[in-house]
Design a binder for this molecule. Structure first.
Ligand SMILES: *[C@@H]1O[C@H](CO)[C@@H](O)[C@H](O)[C@H]1NC(C)=O
Ligand SMILES: *[C@@H]1O[C@H](CO)[C@@H](O)[C@H](O)[C@H]1NC(C)=O
Ligand SMILES: *[C@@H]1O[C@H](CO)[C@@H](O)[C@H](O)[C@H]1NC(C)=O
Ligand SMILES: *[C@@H]1O[C@H](CO)[C@@H](O)[C@H](O)[C@H]1NC(C)=O
Ligand SMILES: *[C@@H]1O[C@H](CO)[C@@H](O)[C@H](O)[C@H]1NC(C)=O
Ligand SMILES: [Fe+2]
Length: 434
């Protein structure tokens, strides 16, 4: 008997030496969608702990009639753990506007993900996109996540905007916190485009987790830290506010973004007859009435005015001159709606309604989806530009109704999903305020 066992053991050892017997983790996980460069495209990103070499998405309106090949990226984040993960990126093409699609991703050799469904956006500007917005949602204490998931599954949204700070942090525990977080958001992000901008919590290793785990429009590698996309009557612009703070990764990136903004805003302004709204989102606000010592609490915040003393590269002036309608921010773990404001001065639209044809952009800070850093408090006396603030956990819902009307509401998770704030922004004319 002993001899037989020894022989079997030897046989197994020899076999394993030649063909490798360690278990394989090749099942697609962390599956999420994002918009492609135009309405005929939708990107899919997923992850496998072991390599599969091939990365495919099969999709179609009736069954899997279309297929695209993506690419697999071997991602090692730059930390001492040197953990290797494989990220797969593919772009579905030739999508029909407004059609409902089925898809799965993976490989014919190792297997496919479960199936998911999504409705492709319309090319047309005459529809009313419904979007959920929030920032600062972590792996721990993700207060808004269950309600957001339910909303998404009930078909309440067309897209999600996560305004920076993910997982806390995606690189933590050799990146396993990032993996867990991406699994947590998969139920939402696999059925709706999950659009992002980088926050300070993504800073490690030159934002490598952000750049590798997401794929945003406008960049072959999907490594773009800033980009824009059109949705119904809106031109959305996503910016990195982190270039102002992590200058060790290259101050030139700030100027590159600023130059890009100039041309993107100029093009968007030429197209305003078709897409009248310009809405921006970036992580760190220019204004806030919180009681921490963040940039937004300072008189001349870096994001607002740019490089100190020379005041170059700030975002407020360029957004004002180009008639940005609404700016969304996060970073502060709270919600704050501002009156129309420019250069710290309130520019209400009319005496009875500040949001009727305002003479400056409207800022919204929505960073309270929940993370292990809990809340950020407020200073006792709000500034004149502060219209409403709340420290409840929650998120923002936006419907861009048509060319003139935009509706916002703030959901409180502390109050069981109650709407604690509302705003109707009415603009009969869009364009530069100056
Ligand atoms: C991936 O491709 C390489 C080269 O074509 C091959 O040597 C390797 O065995 C493949 N690995 C898997 C997991 O299929
Ligand atoms: C990260 O990976 C390294 C090397 O594999 C290991 O020594 C370390 O304990 C890991 N750290 C954590 C927090 O998992
Ligand atoms: C950080 O990444 C950006 C690209 O996203 C690159 O342009 C820059 O040179 C990198 N910085 C460093 C210090 O590697
Ligand atoms: C703007 O409108 C709000 C709400 O009506 C009002 O409280 C505030 O005083 C107005 N500010 C200015 C500068 O007109
Ligand atoms: C835009 O939507 C508002 C609010 O629902 C509505 O009152 C208005 O008539 C709409 N405008 C057009 C041109 O349909
Ligand atoms: Fe932040």
């Amino acid at each position: 008997m002993a001899k037989v066992e020894l022989l079997i053991h030897l046989a197994v050892t020899v076999t394993c030496l030649t063909i490798s017997c360690h278990s394989l983790s090749v099942q697609p996980e962390q599956i999420h969608l994002s918009y492609g460069d135009d309405a005929t495209k939708m990107a899919v990103t997923w992850s496998t702990p072991d390599p599969t070499n091939d990365s495919f998405v099969e999709y179609g309106i009736n069954g899997f009639s279309q297929v695209v090949m993506g690419r697999m990226i071997k991602f090692v984040d730059g930390g001492t753990g040197a953990v290797v993960r494989y990220i797969h990126k593919a772009v579905m093409t030739a999508l029909k506007p407004g059609a409902k699609y089925v898809y799965h991703c993976g490989s014919p050799q190792y297997g496919w993900s479960e199936v998911f469904y999504f409705t492709n956006r319309l090319e047309d500007a005459n529809w009313s996109p419904r979007i959920a917005l929030f920032g600062d949602m972590g792996n721990i204490n993700a207060q808004s996540l269950p309600r957001l998931q339910k909303d998404a599954e009930m078909g309440m949204y067309d897209a999600i905007l996560h305004v920076g700070d993910f997982a806390y942090d995606m690189d933590s525990d050799n990146g396993s916190i990032g993996d867990q977080f991406m699994k947590q958001v998969q139920p939402i992000a696999s059925i709706l485009p999950y659009m992002t901008c980088p926050g300070n919590h993504e800073e490690r290793y030159n934002f490598s987790h952000y750049k590798n785990r997401f794929m945003m429009p406008g960049d072959e590698d999907g490594h773009s830290m800033f980009y824009s996309f059109d949705l119904g009557p809106v031109h959305f612009i996503s910016v990195s506010t982190e270039f102002y703070f992590y200058v060790q990764y290259g101050i030139l990136q700030l100027f590159r973004q600023y130059e890009w903004l100039k041309s993107d805003l100029a093009a968007a302004n030429k197209n305003r007859d078709k897409r009248p709204w310009i809405i921006t989102f970036g992580h760190r606000p220019m204004y806030c009435s919180n009681n921490d010592h963040d940039d937004c609490t300072r008189y001349e915040s870096l994001v607002r005015v740019g490089i100190p003393f020379i005041e170059i590269g700030g975002l407020e002036k360029i957004f004002y001159e180009n008639g940005v309608d609404v700016m969304f921010w996060a970073h502060e773990h709270s919600y704050e709606r501002l009156y129309p404001v420019f250069n710290r001065k309130v520019y209400n639209g009319s005496i009875t309604d500040p949001y009727l044809n305002p003479k400056a952009p409207v800022h919204i800070i929505t960073g309270s989806a929940g993370c292990q850093e809990n809340h950020d408090g407020f200073i006792p006396d709000p500034r004149p530009w502060s219209a409403f603030r709340s420290d409840d956990y929650g998120y923002t819902r936006m419907t861009v109704i048509n060319a003139t009307h935009l509706y916002l509401e703030q959901v409180s998770d502390d109050k069981g999903g109650q709407i604690i704030d509302k705003m109707m922004l009415v603009k009969e004319r869009h364009g530069s305020y100056s």
